[in-house]
Design a protein around this ligand. Sequence first.
Ligand code: NAP
Length: 547
Amino acid sequence: MPEQAEGGRSPAGVDVEVLVIGAGVTGLYQLYRAREDGFSTVLLEAGEGVGGTWYWNRYPEARFDSESYTYAYVFSKEMFCEWEWSEQFASQPEIERYFQRFVEHFDLASLIRFGTKVTSVEWDTRTSTWTVTAADGRTWVARYVVAATGMLSYPYIPEVEGREDFCGESHHTGLWPAEGVDVTGKRVAVVGTGSSGVQVIPPIAAEAAELVVYQRTPNWCTPLNNAPITPEEQEALRNDFEQIQRTLNTSATGFLCPPPERLSSEDTPEERQAFYESMWNSPGFAKLLANYKDLLSDPEVNREWCDFIAAKIRGIVRDPETAERLIPKDHRYGEKRPPFVTGYFEVFNEPHVSLVSLADTPMVRITETGIETTDGHREFDVIVWATGFDYGTGQLRRLGVRGVDGVALEDRWADGPLTYLGVQTHGFPNFFFPGGPHGASANVPRYNTDQVDYVADLLAAMREQGYDVVDVPEELEQTFTGMIDQMSRHIPFTKISYFFGSNIPGKPVRNLLNPGGRPMLFKFIEDLRAEGYASLQLSRSAEVATR
Ligand code: NAP
């Protein structure tokens, strides 16, 4: 059943001009921009509420590890000053409320269709339109589709033998039930020790009768050092809005932290230890962003910082064998995305918490009652899979996107994503995916909203010039993707990371991030704007229809 004109008047032949998929940080902003720019628009969301990541990942202690006010939208001073974050690193319920308030503040609710899971997105070359179909059979004919479906949104649970046989409860952190999971007095297993695992482990340890952590590879975890935001700090945030906005909109990392200026060689060994101590006590990503300038380029400096962290772990965890297992041996600091923790290492001193190293004793199978590893079988009431996501392309490859000549997006990307600016791919005109593959390893919402602004500005400029169809020439896409592959040979991130897709069996190992980051994106956008987007393939739907 076709839906009729959404969010304003639509030109003949379409139900809606800009159709957005996904009500996370990226999609909501795209919806806002489309409406503000005078396009008819609608947003389809599979869930029953807004927030995206912060709607689905509602496990206990899920929280930001970017400072709350650096993650939030900064385009509106009114909204920035109205909303008071209670903590430097807010937790999921507060974050979800923020996005609900955003929708209310900008009066977007009437444009959102909840419970609408998109199952296909098909291009019609004759009419230059997309037909978007939902699981319940509803369809929309749209001129432009923006799939803001997120990078970390398709949960991954490993295909372990017998997984379906388990008779207790099992949950993935990224699909946590809205009603919560009661682990009080229960025997619980947590599989996975990435950012989600290390956040959920301490609150589970506080409730469960027994907790076994199944770790395949340890990460370089350091304290989040969260704190409430005092009234004075709230005031300062409001007063400094313009400067905060400028920094967040222009800095390479999308954080407020200024880039480091000091080389480790400028300090004595004693000064370096004191500096590392200050890093250990610093908030969140400051440990990566405000550390020594040569932390990622000089292996010796990196080793010294890792040794410092390892000593901290040995100092916290009383059992030496457990402490050793919690210390990474396979990667340096910053080669994988570092998690930040609150009371994580301390839980391993609790008598009811134990650690199983899957590197030493691999998982054999899941049984009706528990988990079997090569050193034996343990029984559980609840298994928590904190095993991550099919990063970057997971959702897009499963959205049923069919471009020119019916080409499937997942086939075109069989060897890895091909993109231009991480927002478009050749042969899929008027289809955009801000926040998708080839995003930056920076503060995520900053980069994603840069991409949203690019898409929104492009659509407005096309309308001005009388165009309504845009494709990316294949050469442009090859150049951009080629640059990504080229630069990826010289970056600190190791290929044993979900950033390269290597956590998903059979997934092509390609960098799913843009190593040039925001500076590279800004440069491309600036050049495109200056030439009036002439390098793109712009055309008019009427012309296409009569060909
Ligand atoms: P993740 O970093 O990919 O971690 C997945 C964990 O599961 C790893 O420990 C991995 O071990 C383990 N694992 C995967 N397959 C396994 C298998 N077959 N058997 C045993 N263990 C297995 O996923 P995540 O923790 O959900 O975090 C993903 C990203 O989400 C983060 O890096 C971050 O960007 C974001 N995140 C952010 C926050 C925040 O802002 N506060 C919180 C949570 C997540 P290996 O390392 O050996 O593969």
